[in-house]
Design a protein around this ligand. Structure first.
Ligand code: FPP
Length: 234
């Protein structure tokens, strides 16, 4: 029996650096190739009927990388979110961001804000970019928001259950059905910890810049043939 199309797919886009180094290129060229790949593969994923796509573009830990690499990625975010605004509007994709603001620069935060506003009425799919993101921090921040609501008498604690808790995450998105990690690492690395509780996990040796339509089809096929027993410990 086939499981159909996952509603929410999440991708840990790993292996840009190795992809570049293997070809004698600079690591930053790998990130650029990853960005180009992301645009193509994301459109394909949404064309398959996936409604929500989350990608790990920058973790809170990524700030520990070299200054050159961090500033390259920050500049890439600024350029890409400026120049791709029409791409998202034309393709009817709503863009949202998950992560903490600090220590992102105002320049980065402003372009993020702008693209969110320009695409807020788009309907075909939702693209969630996780930038300066950590899964544990997301849960801590959610707990703080909840505590604040409680302090202001805005909630009845008896009504807070695991479903209701999603509303306190950075974005109110459905649970992840399929989580993909590229480049052969078999770890979750603090990605969407609350939302992947029952996700099917798919790991591939392929580095992200090579994760094309055919590679996604393989992940989808694997998902469709899994015996999914949500809520069971089988
Ligand atoms: C991990 O691979 C990847 C990242 C830290 C960055 C991912 C970013 C992109 C794909 C660009 C996205 C662009 C936009 C505009 C959202 P790695 O560099 O750690 O790979 P390695 O493990 O081989 O070193």
């Amino acid at each position: 029996m086939s499981n159909g199309i996952p509603k929410h797919v999440a991708i840990i886009m790993d292996g840009n650096g190795r992809w570049a180094t293997r070809q004698g290129k600079k690591r930053t060229e790998g990130h650029y190739a990853g960005y180009k790949r992301l645009k193509k593969t994301a459109l394909y994923i949404l064309s398959k009927g996936v409604k929500y796509l989350s990608v790990f573009a920058f973790s809170t830990e990524n700030f520990k990388r070299s200054e050159e690499e961090v500033s390259y990625l920050m500049n890439l975010f600024v350029k890409a979110f400026k120049s791709d605004k029409n791409f998202f509007v034309k393709n009817d994709i709503k863009v949202v961001f998950s992560g903490r603001d600090k220590p992102l620069s105002d320049e980065v935060l402003n372009v993020m804000d702008e693209i969110e506003k320009s695409t807020e009425n788009c309907k075909k799919g939702v693209f969630n970019f996780c930038i300066n993101y950590g899964g544990q921090s997301e849960m801590v921040d959610a707990a703080k928001k909840l505590a604040e609501d409680y302090k202001n008498n805005n909630i009845d604690l008896d009504k807070i259950d695991t479903e209701e808790f999603y509303k306190y995450l950075y974005n109110d998105l459905p649970p992840v059905d399929l989580m993909i990690r590229t480049s052969g690492e078999i770890r979750i690395s603090n990605f969407m910890l609350y939302s992947i509780a029952y996700a099917e996990l798919y790991f591939t040796e392929t580095c992200f810049p090579d994760f094309d339509e055919k590679e996604f089809d393989k992940a989808l096929e694997s998902y469709q043939h899994r015996n999914i027993t949500k809520g069971s410990i089988k």
